[in-house]
Design a protein around this ligand. Structure first.
Ligand code: ADP
Length: 485
C-alpha cells in the first residue's frame, strides 16, 4: 500500500507544533505494517541540503511549466520537496517572516504546494505512484480539490484535521491566481461564505475525513468547537473518524535521551532527581523537594488556556510549588510569564524560545505538566509527559480527555490514575486541580503511583498506526480503479 502524505511540516526537518511530530512519525509507524508512506513538503530554505539519494523530477502541470520536485531521503523518511525558491526559500519560519507576521502570499504558497502534490499523485512522475493521498490541515487542504479537477478518477483522499481553528481563507478574486477551476468554487467545493476556504475545500471533497482523537470528532460537530465547519462535518458524519496521535517512543525515551542530565526508566528512577535539579538550575528556580515542580511546554495562545494559569498562579505558589514555562506566542501571554518570572524570581522561570532539547530536560525533571487548554484536538505534551513521568494536569477536552486517566476517587482506589483532569475554561477548576496535585504530591506513595502508571501507559503509535492502515484499506476497497501509471 503506497500513501502520499501531504503536509507543511515534518519532524525533525521542520516543526512548529504537533502536526510535524505526527507527519514525521507516521511513516515509521506504518512501515512494519507494510504501508509505504512518502511525505511531500514545500522546499523550505535549507531542506534540500538535508536530502540524500536526491533525484530531480519534472512534474507536469496543466497549462504551465512543469513543477520541480526533489525526491530523496532524510534518515528513514522518504521525501518529496516542491522546489519553488520564490515561494519557499525564505529566511523566516514556514508560515511567518521573522517579525511574526504571516507571509502575505501564503494562499499562493500553499495552493501551489497542494497543486503540485496532486500532480505528483496523478502523474506517476515520481518513482512511484501513490494508491491514496493523505492531506493534513489547511495547508494541504486544496489537494483533494485539485485532484478532483483533473481527468479520470483521482486516487482516494483522506483529509486530516489537526486543528480546525486554522482554515486558510483567501478572497474569491484570488481564484485565478490560485488556478482553481470555477467548478471547484461552489458550496459543495472550496467556496466558504463568499471566500475560498482551503480546509473547507478539502473537507468537502476528500473521500474520508479524520481527526486526531475520538473526543474531538464529537466536539467538531458542535457549534462551539466546529468554527463554522460543524454543519459540513455533521453532514459528513459517517465519513469522519477519530484516530489518536501517538508519540515516537524511540526518540522520546528517558532511558536514551541525550538531552537529559541523567537517563532513567520506570524500572530505575534514580536518575530523575538529577534532571529535576538541572531543570531548576536552567530556569533559576529554588525547588522544594516537598512541593511539585510544574512545567509548561507550549505555544502561548488563548487556545492553550495559559491566561487561566496566570490567574491561578497564587494557588500554585501557596502550596510551595514552582513553575518552569517554555514557549513563544501571543505577546500578552509572553509578557504575563516574563512578569511572573520577575515578580516571583526563584519560583517561576520563563524561557521565551522554541527549544526541543530544553523541552526534553523539562519533561525529565518536572513533576507535573500543565495543559489547561480550552480545546485540544489531541495534544502531544501530555503524552510526552506521561512517557517521561511528568504527571499531566489537563483540561477535560478533546484528546486530553482521551489520553489521561483522571485521578478521580474511583481511579485512585483502583490504582489506575495517570494524571489529573479539570473542566476546561475555568480558573476555579484549574485551581482545584492544582490543590489536588499538591495534596497527592504530599501523600506517601500516591504521587509515585501516578508516575509509574503514567510511564506504563501505552502512548506509542502501535494501535493508531493499525487504525490508519485499516482506514486506508477500507478506502481502497471502495475506490474506483485507477488507470495504470
Ligand atoms: P500544538 O500542535 O497545538 O502546538 P501539540 O501538543 O499537539 O500542540 O504539539 C506541540 C509540539 O510542539 C510538542 O511536541 C511540544 O513538545 C512542542 N513544543 C511546543 N512548544 C515548544 C517550545 N517552546 N519548545 C520546544 N518544543 C515545543
Amino acid at each position: 500500500m503506497k500513501i502520499l502524505s501531504v503536509a507543511s511540516e515534518c519532524a525533525p526537518l521542520v516543526k512548529t507544533g504537533g502536526l510535524a511530530d505526527v507527519v514525521g512519525a507516521l511513516p515509521g509507524a506504518l512501515r512494519p505494517l507494510g504501508v509505504e508512506m512518502r511525505v511531500i513538503l514545500p522546499g523550505y530554505s535549507g531542506l534540500a541540503d538535508r536530502l540524500t539519494d536526491v533525484r530531480r523530477i519534472d512534474v507536469p502541470l496543466a497549462g504551465e511549466a512543469p513543477a520541480q520536485v526533489l525526491e530523496g531521503h532524510a534518515g528513514a523518511l522518504s521525501l518529496l520537496l516542491v522546489e519553488a525558491p520564490d515561494l519557499y526559500d525564505r529566511p523566516g519560519g514556514p508560515y511567518q517572516a521573522g517579525d511574526g507576521r504571516d507571509y502575505p502570499d501564503n494562499d499562493l504558497r500553499f495552493a501551489y504546494f497542494a497543486r503540485v502534490a496532486a500532480a505528483v499523485a496523478r502523474s506517476g512522475a515520481a518513482s512511484w505512484r501513490p494508491d491514496l493521498v493523505h492531506a493534513h490541515d489547511w495547508q494541504a487542504g486544496l489537494t483533494p480539490v485539485y485532484l478532483r479537477s483533473g481527468a479520470g478518477p483521482p486516487p482516494p483522499t483522506l483529509m486530516t484535521i489537526h486543528n480546525i481553528a486554522f482554515q486558510g481563507l483567501a478572497p474569491m478574486d484570488r481564484a485565478a491566481a490560485l488556478r482553481l477551476p470555477e467548478a471547484a468554487l461552489t458550496m459543495e467545493g472550496a467556496e466558504y461564505w463568499g471566500q475560498i476556504g482551503f480546509l473547507k475545500g478539502g473537507l468537502a471533497l476528500a473521500d474520508r475525513i479524520s481527526t486526531v482523537s475520538p473526543s474531538y470528532v464529537g466536539e467538531l460537530m458542535t457549534e462551539a468547537f466546529g468554527m463554522g465547519l460543524d454543519g459540513l462535518l455533521r453532514r459528513r458524519a459517517r465519513d469522519v473518524v477519530g484516530i489518536l496521535n501517538g508519540i515516537d517512543t524511540t526518540s522520546w525515551d528517558p532511558a536514551g535521551d541525550p538531552s537529559l542530565a541523567a537517563p532513567y526508566s520506570a524500572a530505575d528512577m534514580s536518575g530523575r532527581a538529577a534532571n529535576r535539579q538541572a531543570l531548576g538550575e536552567r530556569f533559576g528556580l529554588t525547588v522544594d523537594a516537598a512541593a511539585p515542580l510544574y512545567i509548561v511546554i507550549s505555544r502561548l495562545t488563548r487556545q492553550k488556556g495559559l491566561d487561566l494559569l496566570g490567574e491561578v498562579l497564587p494557588v500554585l505558589l501557596e502550596s510551595g510549588g514552582a513553575l518552569a514555562v517554555l514557549g513563544t506566542g501571543e505577546p500578552d501571554l509572553e509578557r504575563l510569564f516574563r512578569d511572573a518570572a520577575k515578580r516571583h524570581a526563584g519560583r517561576v522561570g520563563f524561557v521565551n524560545a522554541f527549544d526541543e532539547p530544553l523541552s526534553r530536560l523539562m519533561l525529565a525533571g518536572g513533576d507535573a505538566i500543565l495543559v489547561p487548554s480550552r480545546y485540544e484536538p489531541c495534544g502531544l505534551t501530555q503524552l510526552l509527559g506521561q512517557r517521561y513521568g511528568a504527571v499531566p494536569i489537563v483540561a477535560r477536552t478533546g484528546g486530553l480527555a482521551d489520553t489521561v486517566v483522571d485521578a478521580n476517587v474511583a481511579a485512585r482506589r483502583a490504582g489506575v490514575a495517570t494524571g489529573i483532569m479539570h473542566a476546561p475554561d475555568s480558573a476555579e477548576a484549574l485551581a482545584a486541580a492544582l490543590r489536588l496535585a499538591a495534596e497527592l504530591f504530599g501523600a506517601p506513595g500516591t504521587w509515585e503511583r501516578l508516575v509509574s502508571n503514567a510511564m506504563a501507559l501505552p502512548v506509542g503509535w502501535e494501535t493508531s498506526a493499525a487504525a490508519y492502515k485499516a482506514l486506508y484499506a477500507s478506502m481502497l476497497e471502495t475506490a474506483p480503479c485507477q488507470p495504470p501509471a
